[in-house]
Design a binder for this molecule. Sequence first.
Ligand SMILES: [Zn+2]
Length: 390
Amino acid sequence: MTHKQTRQFRLLHFAAMCIAVANFLPSACAQEIQYKEDPNADKRMTLRLKDWDPVPRVHLPVHEVSRAKFYVIDVHNHVDDAQGVNGEEVPPAEVVKGMDEANVKTIVILTGMWGDKLQRVVDKMVKPYPGRFMVFAQMDWSKIDDPNFSQEMVAQLDDAVERGARGLKILKDWGLGVRDKNGKLVPIDDPRMDPVWEECGRLGIPVAIHSTDPEAFFTPTDAKNERYEELMHNPTWSFYDHGFPDKQTLLEERNHIVAKHPRTTFIALHVANWPENLDAVSEWLRTYPNMYVEFGAREAELGRQPRRAREFFTEFQDRILFGTDSEPVPAMYANYFRWLETTDEYFPYWGYPGQGRWMIYGMGLPDSILAKVYHGNAEKIFAGSKGAKR
Ligand SMILES: [Zn+2]
């Protein structure tokens, strides 16, 4: 036998063997295609959710956008803040280098606290890099039971603005964490804060407010929860059934202060904390001319509904600010830019699959909208600042 014949013989021999044993060992060498489902499939599906990491088999063009088309102001960040929200400090020069690469002109550090801690951020980040960083102040909730809480906080805010703060940041603990001495949660529209909201209006500084959290955090952490893995990793992020107000109530309280203080600009963070319901957010933006939104850490939410989101960006192109709420590294920014600028399809949002197992789609926004969202709208707000005149 020639070499070729030997190989053919071996193949034939193997095939014959397979046919012979096929009835006894169907999976050993020949797999017969069957057209009914395996009744034991449920038992065989033992791969754990946390180990499931499917590779998309769709072939699509990829357009990397490492530099934003227009310079950017990232209005939602916590890098090297006073509170240590992001954990480790990054050398400021390294942050600036990444910003230059990505075409990010300015980062707004929202969690600047107050007093000496605020001063440290001003001295370390704001002053040495003119125009590259802004910092916001925060409230001292530990004083909530003081009889003159309102005046104290107004004074603390005035002092912060004198030190260089450019706005006030309210974290979600206002509404979901701050309790008075009786252990009662203080509502977002508690009148004790009215003088502070008014003072922000007088000073011409915005209030960046985070109220409530994703809708899924207010529903049971079970098989129906689209943020199941995230809530398993962070069980304290669930506000379901622990005596918390429901999401709707918190949003109404937030909107109540926006309505009550029309001369104060409110940047309702995370797409007014209801990106899952752009119809509702649109209604609020039509109702409250002093409300703006920002999309930090909500790329996943908006990116999964690109057509609805594009309509939203078109209608409210003068009211949407660029924010990320993420460590400011070039790869993160590139991901956001790709989502905003290209029409690429089915790619992972930044941090996938942390916020849910779905992919996002680019919106391909036109230049006129990009320029406003990247910096124009933020510049308009910050131009309203009247400085630290008492
Ligand atoms: Zn944040």
